[in-house]
Design a binder for this molecule. Structure first.
Ligand SMILES: Cc1ncc(COP(=O)(O)O)c(C=O)c1O
Length: 356
């Protein structure tokens, strides 16, 4: 097969698989194992999750983040409920209504500039509780780190959880990038979830170096009663589970999850340090995890895309998203930053009015 090197700053989804994960998959590729999670590797993976998230938790593995979110939310709602989330939440804009389809719930969206939502914003939607004509608010869903790479502090999560529980609701966390948030805050996975009052978590693996695996973590035994049926009906029960479990064992051992996330975060900071003095570029969000959002000259976008792949976040404002990964190298950042400078310089020259 021809080797094809493609460099992308579009998404941590574009990165490869960490070598330790490939090794872990290969190591369990020996002999037979019981299917559907009845194998010993899966028992060990379950133990790893309990080590990181607390003794009582139950983890269910699924193939992708959309499934984790849709099935997690399915487990805690009835179709007459509503789910409150940010307008930019992945469940609202990037999951093709999977949550609406699987839950039957209405999504109530809250305007947000950084992907975070506040209690004051949520409060405005509470007046319908008990009112038979309206969808009943049952879940607040937050994304950690947010779609803009921003972070909820532990206190903010605790306050949201408190508010949620006082209103007889659940707090769901889309933790596709929870590891990046935990690394940035120097907190454990448990401190940012179970200890802060999260009821159910979609835990990301794919973006942090594993292959096609995420997990739904239930912090409440009552909630987990039916989850195995929900997962099967949702077509997310893997038969050859050992190859999924092996990945999570590796990810949650020897701080691999943390080192990968830390590295990705550091690379975003490094990129920021390399470009922040360019006056034509305005960084629009604090760089807290592994993404940079910036407005750049419109004319520069196509030139940059000739060499590097990334997403235009907002065509109108010419805002782009550059994302780093566990495997982004300093050299790649330096090359990218140099190319950005080259392109900006070209634009400056083109725009110069020469007076003779
Ligand atoms: C915040 C967030 N949640 C969930 C997901 C998972 O989506 P997927 O179904 O593509 O794995 C993503 C992926 O980009 C994401 O950014």
């Amino acid at each position: 097969m021809q080797k094809h090197i493609f460099k992308s700053f579009a998404s941590d989804n574009n990165s490869g698989i960490h070598p330790d994960i490939i090794k872990a998959i290969t190591e369990v590729n020996i002999g037979d194992a019981k299917a559907y999670g009845e194998d010993d590797y899966t028992k060990t993976a379950d133990e790893k999750f309990r080590e990181h998230f607390g003794k009582e938790v139950e983890a269910y593995f699924v193939f992708n983040g959309t499934a984790a979110n849709a099935l997690a939310l399915r487990a805690i709602t009835e179709s007459f409920h509503s789910i409150i989330c940010a307008d930019v939440a992945h469940i609202n804009v990037s999951e093709c209504n999977a949550v609406e389809k699987f839950t039957g719930c209405k999504l109530i969206t809250i305007p947000s500039k950084d992907g975070k939502i506040t209690i004051d914003q949520v409060k405005k939607h509470m007046h319908v509780i008990g009112e038979q004509h309206s969808a009943q608010p049952k879940v607040i869903s937050i994304t950690q780190a947010t779609e803009f790479g921003r972070i909820y502090t532990k206190n903010e999560i605790e306050d949201l959880a408190d508010f949620t529980h006082k209103n007889n609701m659940f707090l769901h966390m889309d933790g596709a990038r929870l590891s990046n948030a935990a690394a940035a805050l120097n907190l454990s996975l448990k401190e940012l979830t179970k200890d802060a009052g999260v009821d159910i978590l979609s835990f990301g693996g794919t973006k942090n170096g594993v292959m096609c695996v995420e997990a739904v973590i239930l912090f409440n035994k009552e909630l987990s009663k039916n989850f195995k049926y929900i997962r099967k009906q949702g077509m997310q029960l893997a038969s050859k589970m050992r190859f999924i479990s092996a990945q999570f064992i590796a990810l949650l051992s020897n701080n691999l999850w943390l080192n990968n996330a830390k590295h990705a975060n550091e690379m975003a900071k490094f990129l920021e340090s390399k470009i922040k003095d360019i006056k034509e570029i305005k960084i629009t969000q604090n760089v807290e995890t592994n993404s940079i959002f910036a407005t750049i000259p419109k004319e520069s976008i196509q030139l940059l895309l000739e060499k590097y792949f990334f997403y235009i976040w907002d065509e109108e404002t010419s805002e782009v998203r550059w994302m780093t990964s566990f495997d982004t190298t300093k050299e790649e950042i330096i090359d990218f930053a140099n190319y950005i400078r080259e392109v900006i310089q070209k634009i400056r020259i083109n725009n110069q009015v020469i007076i003779v």
